[in-house]
Design a protein around this ligand. Structure first.
Ligand code: SF4
Length: 396
C-alpha cells in the first residue's frame, strides 16, 4: 500500500501548531493515495457516461470522485465530447477571452534543494536578487513589450533576503506600473499575507508540487520547503488573510499525475467552501528538463493533458485555468478555445531578463518563445480576445 502514513504529528500539539499552523494538512490524510488512484483505474465506460450526463445537468456539481472518472482511460474515447462541454462552460463563464499575464523573476537565490529545480541551493551559478531600481527597470521593460496589467512576481525561497520586507517594497515599486500583482514566492504567515495585501498584493500562486506525503519528502529534502504541512497549510493562511485570488498547482511528473490532480481537486473544494470570498486558479505544469538533469517519474502526454484540462473545466466552471510558456505555441493555440482562461506570454525566467537579456540560468525551459504580440495575434485569429486588464481594486 502506498497510503499516507497513519501516524503523524498532530496539530493539537501546541509545540508545533504555532510553527506549521492548522488547515488542510489535518484533512489530507483521510484520503488514501492508492484508493485515490483506484478511482481512476477502476472507472468504467458506464461510470463515464453517468458523470458526463451529470455534468450536462445545470443543477449538478461534480465531485472530486466524478473528476477522477473523467481523467481515466475509460473516458479517453469521450475526449471530443468533453472538449465541447469544456468550451461551452468556459465561454458561458468567461466569454471568448484569454487573460494575459507575464512573470517577473526578482530573485533566483534559494535555500531549498528541490531535486528537480535548476535554482536548487546546491547548483553553482550566480545568484541574483534584484534591487528596487532593477525591479523598476524590469517594470518599464515589460510595459514596453505589451500593455500587461497582470504581473506575476516570482522568486526563489530565500526569506532572509527575499522575505516580506523586501517583497513589500517590490509590490510598492511595481504598483504604479501594473493593476494586478500576484506573488509566487515562499509560503508565508497569514499576518505577512495580510500585510502584503495592503501593499497591493492581489493574488498568490503556490505549487504544492505533489500531494503524496512520502514522495514530497524525497523531492524536497532540505530547507523550509521540506515541511509538507507548512506548505499545504499555506493556502489556508492565504484564505485567512483574505487574499483575493489563490492559485494551486501540482508539478505533473513528480508522482503519478492522476493521484496528484484528484488530490488537488479535493483541496480546491475544501478551500472554496472555507474561503468563499477568494477566487481560485489552477495550473498544470508538466516537468521540463532543468540543469539538475532531473527526469520526471511519469510523463503526461499532450492528449492526457488536454483530457485533464477538459475534465477540470467540467468539474469546476469558475476556476481560472492557466497555461504558461512551458507549453509549445501550437499546443497553447489548440487549447486556447477549449477551457484555458489565462496565458503568459513573452516570459523570461531569469531575474533582470527583460531589461538586460543575458545568458543566465533559467528555472525551466521556455517552449513558447513567441513575443506577446505574436501570442495576442494568434488568440485573435482564433476568434478570442486577449485581455490585458480584467481586474481593478475598485471592484473588489
Ligand atoms: S522549486 Fe522553488 S523552492 Fe525549490 S529549489 Fe527551485 S526555486 Fe527553490
Amino acid at each position: 500500500m502506498n497510503a499516507q502514513p497513519a501516524t503523524r504529528r498532530k496539530f493539537s500539539d501546541p509545540d508545533t501548531e504555532h510553527i506549521f499552523g492548522r488547515g488542510y494538512a489535518d484533512i489530507i490524510d483521510r484520503y488514501d493515495w492508492d484508493e485515490t488512484l483506484a478511482l481512476v483505474d477502476n472507472a468504467t465506460p458506464a461510470d463515464v457516461a453517468r458523470v458526463i450526463a451529470k455534468a450536462t445537468r445545470s443543477d449538478n456539481v461534480l465531485t472530486p470522485e466524478d473528476f477522477a472518472v473523467l481523467i481515466s482511460e475509460a473516458a479517453a474515447p469521450r475526449i471530443e465530447q468533453m472538449a465541447a462541454l469544456s468550451r461551452r462552460f468556459t465561454s458561458e463563464r468567461f466569454g471568448k477571452t484569454i487573460s494575459m499575464y507575464i512573470p517577473m523573476y526578482v530573485g533566483n537565490a534559494c535555500t531549498n534543494k528541490c531535486v528537480y529545480c535548476g535554482f536548487n541551493h546546491d547548483n553553482d551559478f550566480k545568484r541574483v536578487i534584484l534591487s528596487l531600481e532593477q525591479v523598476e527597470e524590469e517594470c518599464k521593460a515589460i510595459r514596453k513589450l505589451a500593455p500587461f496589467e497582470n504581473l506575476l512576481i516570482v522568486a526563489g525561497e530565500y526569506p532572509s533576503l527575499c522575505g516580506v520586507d523586501y517583497l513589500e517594497k517590490v509590490l510598492h515599486t511595481c504598483r504604479p506600473y501594473f493593476h494586478n500583482l500576484t506573488l509566487e514566492v515562499q509560503p508565508m504567515r497569514s499576518a505577512d499575507y495580510e500585510r502584503l495585501t495592503h501593499a497591493g498584493l492581489n493574488g498568490v500562486v503556490c505549487f504544492q508540487e505533489t500531494y503524496h506525503r512520502e514522495s514530497y519528502k524525497k523531492y524536497h529534502p532540505h530547507g523550509m520547503k521540506s515541511h509538507f504541512d507548512w506548505r499545504l497549510n499555506g493556502y489556508d493562511r492565504m484564505g485567512e488573510a483574505g487574499v483575493h485570488k489563490i492559485g494551486l498547482g501540482a508539478l505533473l511528473g513528480l508522482e503519478d499525475w492522476r493521484g496528484d490532480v484528484v488530490m488537488m481537486a479535493r483541496h480546491l473544494r475544501y478551500l472554496q467552501k472555507k474561503y468563499w470570498k477568494s477566487r481560485f486558479s489552477v495550473n498544470f505544469p508538466r516537468m521540463r528538463p532543468s540543469e539538475s538533469g532531473f527526469q520526471p517519474k511519469t510523463v503526461i502526454s499532450d492528449r492526457q493533458l488536454a483530457q485533464l484540462t477538459f475534465a477540470f473545466r467540467l468539474f469546476d466552471h469558475d476556476c481560472d485555468i492557466s497555461y504558461s510558456t512551458r507549453e509549445s505555441s501550437s499546443y497553447r493555440d489548440n487549447m486556447a478555445t477549449l477551457g484555458v482562461t489565462s496565458m503568459s506570454a513573452g516570459s523570461r525566467t531569469e531575474p533582470g531578463g527583460y531589461s538586460h537579456a543575458h545568458e543566465q540560468l533559467e528555472q525551466f525551459e521556455i517552449c513558447d518563445a513567441r513575443t506577446p504580440l505574436e501570442v495576442e495575434q494568434a488568440i485573435t485569429r482564433l476568434g478570442y480576445q486577449p485581455v490585458y486588464k480584467d481586474w481593478d481594486a475598485i471592484f473588489d
